[in-house]
Design a protein around this ligand. Structure first.
Ligand code: FAD
Length: 410
């Protein structure tokens, strides 16, 4: 049996980024991945903060040469087709002002291949089924049902929606966000934006904020489209997911026009119950990163950003620990991650409560507020010079009150 310094569960972005950092520091790493790659996973719109992390790890060139669609920002569109453009390049001075729209089966594959290039042992079609925390042994089952035991100095759970250690160690707690559904597909042939607005993600507000759509254009002419709504909003219609998606598209002025000549090129999928929370992100000999920790909501495309930031951070701390240094996991990992997660959490709440809509569509926003919002939505949620990073809820509420009083004074 081969002994590894670090065993990583899951070969998504979180697992690959941690692996690359650990391998560069001279540790040996194995990644156990349940599926054959390339594999479908949702989460196709990245934020500039991702580019910053990929740059710091030294692999941004490997991504840039893939020809992914450049993403300069997000365009929010309401029921009246009014557009609010958030241009990530209008940030608070951060270097990275754009990111990419990616088919995750392609993006994740590049990251995993890069991890292999740096020396990761990667085994596919093997599922982690148990963990002996005392001995730091992982038990995995291959496709023939054989059980294999791996001994390791440290386990990193990057299993995303698999939530392997949260389930095995009873770390899961219910999310405080409502149960929502996402119903999605891919299309081609819809009307695309002109060159100067190419690559922006569409976030389309529907039915007085009861639902919203994403539209993510890829460089090969395919577009990812999905609707997010509370479960009852879908179930009460008694429609199939295919009928529901089509009906909602046709009921929105902007979408009806945009997709009138579009052709569906992928099955309609439904994803539900994806918001998740956790009691703690680490323990003796193990840690969790990416979606295996908290997952909030897709509206601001924060998932991969948080996955990359957490795995980059966790890898630095694992390196310290394996080198015999003292690590303050609570302060340097969990508390740190929660700063960024909580900023996004307040933005997500403010979105569903209709507060952000008021802010986005307010006519006289200051340039500083515009930049601060662009910066947050770019993923720079640890930048304490940003107005919204500390006391996020109070700051949003204060701004909404100001906007309301200006409207009332007219
Ligand atoms: P994953 O990408 O899920 O990778 C985990 C890997 O672990 C998988 O390959 C899986 O096969 C493997 N695995 C699982 N269990 C086991 C096991 N027992 N043994 C071995 N391997 C295992 N994020 C964005 O950034 N942008 C978006 O636009 C966006 N849109 C979203 C839309 C919706 C509707 C939802 C629900 C999420 C969205 N997200 C988005 C979030 C995004 O999907 C995740 O945050 C991201 O995939 C997390 O990456 P990860 O590496 O942690 O996990």
């Amino acid at each position: 049996m081969k002994n590894y310094d670090v065993l990583i569960i899951g070969g998504g972005p979180s697992g690959s980024i941690a692996a690359i950092k650990l391998l560069k520091a001279g540790f040996n790493v194995i990644i156990l991945e349940k599926l054959e790659f390339p594999r479908f996973v949702i989460g196709e719109s990245l934020l500039p903060k991702c580019n910053q992390i990929l740059d710091e790890i030294g692999i941004i060139n490997d991504i840039e040469k893939q020809g992914f669609m450049l993403k300069p920002g997000a365009i929010f569109i309401n029921e009246e087709k009014e557009e609010e453009i958030i241009d990530f390049r209008n940030n608070l001075g951060q270097k990275w002002g754009t990111s990419f729209q990616v088919k995750r089966e392609e993006f994740d594959n590049v990251l995993l291949e890069t991890a292999k290039k740096y020396g990761a042992d990667v085994i596919h079609k093997i599922e982690v089924v148990d963990y002996n925390n005392e001995e730091n042994e992982i038990i995995a089952e291959d496709e023939n049902g054989n059980k294999i035991v791996y001994k390791t100095r440290f386990v990193l759970d990057a299993s995303g929606y698999g939530r392997v250690l949260p389930k095995l160690l009873d770390l899961d707690i219910p999310s405080d966000l409502k149960l929502r559904n996402a119903i999605l597909t891919r299309m081609t042939g819809e009307t695309r934006r002109d060159k100067d607005k190419e690559g922006f993600i569409d976030i389309v507000i529907h039915d007085d904020n009861k639902a919203w759509f994403w539209g993510i254009p890829f460089s090969d002419g395919v577009t990812s489209i999905g609707i997010v709504c509370e479960e009852s909003y879908f179930l009460d219609t008694n429609l199939s997911k295919e009928e529901f998606l089509l009906k909602q598209i046709n009921e929105h002025k902007y979408l009806k026009e945009k997709y009138k000549n579009a052709k569906q090129v992928a099955p309609v999928r439904i994803i539900n119950g994806y918001s998740a929370a956790i009691k703690k992100m680490y323990g003796k000999g193990y840690a969790l990163s990416g979606n295996a920790t908290e997952f909030l909501d897709p509206v601001f495309s924060s998932g991969v950003t948080l996955a990359l930031e957490s795995s980059s951070k966790v890898a630095s701390l694992i390196i310290k620990e394996l080198n015999g240094e003292e690590v303050n996991w609570k302060k340097d990992y969990e508390d740190y991650m929660m700063i960024g997660i909580n900023v996004f959490r307040e933005f997500v709440y403010a979105w569903y409560e209709g507060k952000l809509r008021k802010i986005f569509y307010a006519p006289n926003k200051s340039k500083q507020i515009e930049k601060s919002i662009a910066s947050i939505l770019s993923g720079y949620v640890w930048d304490e010079s940003n107005y919204f990073v500390k006391n996020t809820k109070q700051k949003i509420d204060a701004l909404v009150s100001l906007i309301d009083s200006e409207v009332n004074a007219k």
